[in-house]
Design a binder for this molecule. Structure first.
Ligand SMILES: [Zn+2]
Length: 314
């Protein structure tokens, strides 16, 4: 049995405030789950993040108030925490008095999303996320699946599906093909999708999955994935947070060319015959990014049918 943890990065609306929408699934066989989960927890403990949700985008922001605390780096975690909270409370009070409601609300939200990380400096947070990515890149049995949609390219064609539907259908198809084609064929491999609980997505993906079970996706029958996705609270489920890290790293690479985290998570992309079939960039054919190059790479072995080709539409 394989568990595939799914999360997204960027907005699926067009144009939205990101150029890309990435839906990523990280598959882990249940016999390696315990060890993988333990290795993440060890890293959390090391950085006093045992109770915290690893939300990569929020962790990798700069917290300006930290720069305004003299000697911040030399303080203990506890002193840093107190000092940042003081600065933040003072700022909220100031904004409340200024009657700038929008700014006040945004600031309050950003403070609450980052409250668990304020004892770590920016460099320490960057190092922590890199340690997690390094750890994941070493999980030999884990496989990464992702559909990375360039929304400008997507918007240029006539599409019957929404960005979100195409992404989900692709990830399901690629995971299904992995289950179908991996192993020695002696026994059937089963998979289960596990998703962050987001009410709008939950209803839509459940409905789509029910349809796939009856009629297959556009690309494949669904025989190996069981059930509709299970929805969990990402704040409590480490592996969904790791899927979040993967989707974030892919989007930042495609949008900003940041390759450090990307290279580590892309190492886990499902590969077949020398091709990274598990991850696709839905972009113009002229794209020369690492995903497109690895997805098109010619087969070293001569396999009669390349699953990657059968799953691609342009
Ligand atoms: Zn590309």
């Amino acid at each position: 049995m394989y568990l595939c943890y799914i999360d997204e990065s960027g907005t699926s609306s067009i144009p939205g405030n990101t150029s890309h929408y990435v839906l990523a699934g990280l598959s882990i066989p249940i016999w390696d789950w315990k060890q993988s989960d333990r290795s993440i927890n060890e890293l959390r403990q090391k950085h006093s993040l045992s109770e915290a949700e690893i939300h990569t985008a929020w962790m990798l922001r700069k917290y300006l108030e930290q720069d305004r605390i003299p000697g911040f780096e030399a303080m203990s975690y506890q002193k840093r925490h107190v000092a940042v909270e003081q600065k933040r409370n003072a700022e909220l009070l100031r904004l409340q008095r200024s009657n700038n409601t929008k700014h006040y609300r945004q600031t309050k939200k950003s403070y609450s999303k980052t409250a668990d990380y304020i004892h770590l400096s920016y460099d320490e947070r960057v190092a922590f996320i890199a340690e997690i990515a390094t750890c994941v890149s070493g999980w030999g049995s884990a496989r990464l699946f992702a559909e990375c949609i360039d929304k400008i390219h997507f918007g240029a064609g006539k599409r019957r599906k929404s960005v979100d539907e195409q992404a989900f259908e692709q990830v399901v198809s690629r995971f299904e093909q992995f289950l179908e084609n991996s192993g020695d064929g002696s026994e059937k491999r089963y998979g289960l999708l596990i998703h962050d609980n987001n009410q709008t997505v939950a209803a839509r993906h459940t409905e789509l999955m029910q349809r796939f079970h009856v009629a297959g996706t556009l690309w494949t029958k669904v025989e190996n994935i069981m059930e509709t996705p299970l929805f969990v609270d990402s704040a409590l489920t480490s592996m969904v947070q790791i899927a979040d890290l993967c989707s974030y790293a892919i989007r930042r690479y495609l949008e900003n060319g940041e390759s450090k985290l990307f290279d580590m998570v892309f190492a886990r992309a499902d590969r077949r015959g020398g091709k990274a079939v598990g991850v696709r960039h839905f972009a113009p054919k002229s794209c020369r990014c690492k995903i497109c190059s690895a997805h098109r790479a010619s087969s070293e072995r001569s396999e009669p049918v390349q699953q990657a080709l059968s799953l691609d539409e342009t």
